[in-house]
Each structure stands twice: as structure tokens, then as C-alpha cells.
Design a protein around this ligand. Structure first.
Ligand SMILES: CC(C)(COP(=O)(O)OP(=O)(O)OC[C@H]1O[C@@H](n2cnc3c(N)ncnc32)[C@H](O)[C@@H]1OP(=O)(O)O)[C@@H](O)C(=O)NCCC(=O)NCCS
Length: 178
């Protein structure tokens, strides 16, 4: 039905600013990642271990190219939503989705800097991203996960995701959001 297509829905505002407290008491601010956050994003890339970088970008990545930075900072809050977790001025994590084509499916990705991992941030960001996605008519996240990426595979299973068979070291994952 045409009226159900995301393009025909009224615009939804970008996720707002939110203060949260982790189980260990650390306070973080969640807000969309914006064009002014390039330096913080580049620093965060350096705060990912080579293994985490490999898992997030499926390849060796030391710096972002100008095109990648433009894309990563250029979420429009509608078809591309990027939500960041800030520990003071330090960027601790980013989760994003990009709506693929016309369908209600979006490709999602998340990365938490190594020293902030295993404290509930990845799960929390994916839950916030899920809410933002549903508001935009997205009913399913997809993504590719390396077969050795036990943390992400466990997190996805915990959220009810389905992991497909591996091909060339990568599994396709789907997470129904409804
Ligand atoms: C995968 C990733 C996003 C998880 O984020 P996180 O903040 O560390 O995860 P959380 O603390 O929210 O953990 C949620 C659940 O994930 C699983 N998990 C997270 N880290 C884990 C680890 N090192 N080993 C096993 N399970 C793990 C657990 O089930 C955990 O629940 P529990 O703490 O109750 O056991 C993070 O490890 C990361 O950024 N990795 C590098 C980039 C990456 O792989 N991105 C995904 C690309 S597809």
C-alpha cells in the first residue's frame, strides 16, 4: 500500500539527545552523529583494536578516506540514521542503519571502542536504533558478520537475530524488529 511506504510517511525527527547511565554507573550521552563530529570519529577509529576494526569494516582500515567520512557523518536522520554514545567529549560507540532501496529493510552496523566494550553499550545502541528504525517503517535489519566475531554473533542472538550459513568467512544476519 503506497501510504505504508516509508517515503510517504510524515518525516520523523532525528533521535534526540538522551543521557543514560550504564550498570556500572558511567554516564553517557546519546545523540545523532553529525557533520561536525569528524575529529571524534577519526579518534574513535584509532581507539578500535585492529581486530575490532576488521570486524566492523571487514578489512584493514587505518584511516577513513574523505568519501567515507562524508558518508559516515552524513546521516540524514531519515533513510540513514547514525546514533553515537559519548563519554564526555570521547566518542565511545556508533550504531547506524541505512535503508536499502524501497523496501522496509535497512543495513545496520555498530562499533564500540575496545575499552568501552562489554558494558552494555552495543546492546543499548542497537535497541535505540531499532526504535528509530520502526518509526521510519523499517521492519528488518540486515548485516554481514565475520564467523569469528563471537561478541556480535552473541549479541545478535540475544536480540533474537537469525544467523545464516557462512560463506567465505562471513555470515549474513537478519534481525526482525517488529
Ligand atoms: C560487537 C560489539 C558491538 C558488542 O558491543 P558491546 O558494547 O561490547 O556489547 P554489550 O556489552 O552490549 O554486550 C551485549 C551482549 O553481547 C555479547 N557479548 C558482547 N561482548 C562479548 C564478548 N567479548 N564475548 C562474548 N559475548 C559478548 C554478550 O551476550 C553480551 O551480553 P552479556 O554481557 O549479558 O553476556 C563490540 O564488541 C564491537 O564494537 N566490536 C567491534 C566491531 C564489531 O564487531 N561490530 C559489529 C560488526 S558486524
Amino acid at each position: 500500500m503506497a501510504g505504508d511506504h516509508p517515503a510517504h510517511r510524515p518525516r520523523v525527527g532525528a533521535p534526540g539527545r538522551e543521557e543514560i547511565a550504564l550498570a556500572d554507573g558511567t554516564r553517557l550521552v546519546l545523540r545523532p552523529l553529525g557533520p561536525a563530529d569528524g575529529a571524534a570519529l577519526t579518534t574513535a577509529l584509532h581507539h578500535l583494536s585492529p581486530r575490532s576494526r576488521y570486524f566492523r569494516f571487514v578489512g584493514v582500515r587505518r584511516e577513513f578516506s574523505p568519501e567515507e567520512l562524508r558518508f559516515l557523518l552524513g546521516a540524514d536522520g531519515e533513510r540513514h540514521v547514525a546514533l553515537a554514545a559519548w563519554d564526555g567529549v570521547e566518542l565511545a560507540a556508533v550504531a547506524r542503519f541505512v535503508i536499502c532501496g524501497a523496501g522496509p529493510v535497512a543495513e545496520a552496523a555498530v562499533a564500540v571502542i575496545d575499552r568501552a566494550q562489554r558494558r552494555g553499550i552495543g546492546k543499548l545502541l542497537l535497541e535505540r536504533l531499532r526504535t528509530a528504525a520502526l518509526e521510519r517503517g523499517v521492519t528488518c535489519f540486515t548485516g554481514e558478520v565475520h564467523v569469528e566475531n563471537a561478541p556480535m554473533l552473541r549479541l545478535l542472538r540475544k536480540l533474537g537475530g537469525k544467523i545464516g550459513l557462512a560463506s567465505l568467512g562471513v555470515c549474513s544476519a537478519t534481525l526482525a524488529l517488529g
